[in-house]
Design a protein around this ligand. Sequence first.
Ligand code: SF4
Length: 433
Amino acid sequence: MKLLMIHVWNADELAYRNTFSGLMAYPSLTLASIIPLVPESAFSQIDIIDEQTQRVNYDKEKYDIVMLSFDTASAVSAYRHAKAFRKRGAYIVGGGYHATAMPEEAAKYCDTVISGPAERAVPAFFRDYLAGSPKPFYRDTNLCAADYPVPQRKKIPMHGKLRIPAVIADRGCKNACKYCAMRTMWPSDPRPIKAVMEEIRSLHTKMLIFYDPNFFQNRDYAIRLMRALKPLHLLWACTATADLGNDTELLKIASDCGLRAVVIGLESMNVQSLKSVAKQFPDADRYKTLVANIHKYGIAVNGCFVLGLDHDTEKDLRKLPDYIEYLGLDLCRFSILTPYPGTRLYKEMEESGRLLTKKWNLYDQHHTVFRPKHFTPEQLNRIYREVSRDAYSWKRIFRRLKSSPWRHKPYLLIQLGANIGFRYLGIDKRRTS
Ligand code: SF4
């Protein structure tokens, strides 16, 4: 029997990949985490495709099972693959964020849909399939971090990707931002620190990225993990919330054990907008102080902003590039507010008739798929493109590098690479409908 596993990417997104995209291409943990759940002895051949850097060829091999992992923006591409491989006789299994949020829809294209965490559901599917009676749906809601398999990264093609490995310690977040797709997928359930450390040691790396959606959300756990990390002398990065800047004890411990960059969802400089999406820390007036506090500990800040929140005005959004300089951010990232299926925001927008389309390939954070309060969708698309272009002008990139806490360190080159990667994301070229 032959098995093909595909991490599906939105075909529109792939069309804009270029030399610089590799600067932003993080290694996928999704497939690496599923491989250990597959009964390898049952298959004569297992092929793995990460569409971020590889192309799917429907006729290269005849597969018995094709497993597709996809998010909402990739769902259209995933369904196209499903139809093509089904026509060639394969049994189709779908999983990932979108299959979890929309299992009935995914079932139109997949013979089996796996929703939620894979740790128990994937082995259960293979047991049933090999016994001749696979079910149409598998859903495990009892996440248990101790079951999390050690990802088999060596089997994932790395060509064109950042070589810095990624690890997850806790997939959940205690906050409840209305638009967050991540928290609808995973409850907080930190892995045993011993298991996380064994995995990190096995990577033989000096740099690391934590993929946890909110690394410091469980403060005690984060401190214990950081103390365990310290003897390894790693440099690492993670996500955090803005209130990290309030916690000097945590910042000191983090900096001492190698934290050098955080990604923070600042989202908006408009307090009302932040409150409208239930942002846990809506105190935008303190962002400058908090960023400065984080910088004091030699930690760079990548601030992410969401455009199109209900209290955003055009004036607010056009001020963002200047505001980012005022805050002293080292990197910035923009996205258009996107109501992902499964989130509270999606439910609210659907019920109030504000969703404009369910063409999932447009749910990529680069297109307006809902009716904004203060703009037409076309205006918001245009503002997004112009703000991105302005914030990633060479002039602003060099100013960011000049004021960076990394400016006297060799890893300033990483910041330069990331800024260039964002500059060439192809935002200007994307079609708008
Ligand atoms: S803090 Fe971040 S990870 Fe947590 S719910 Fe909000 S957006 Fe999601």
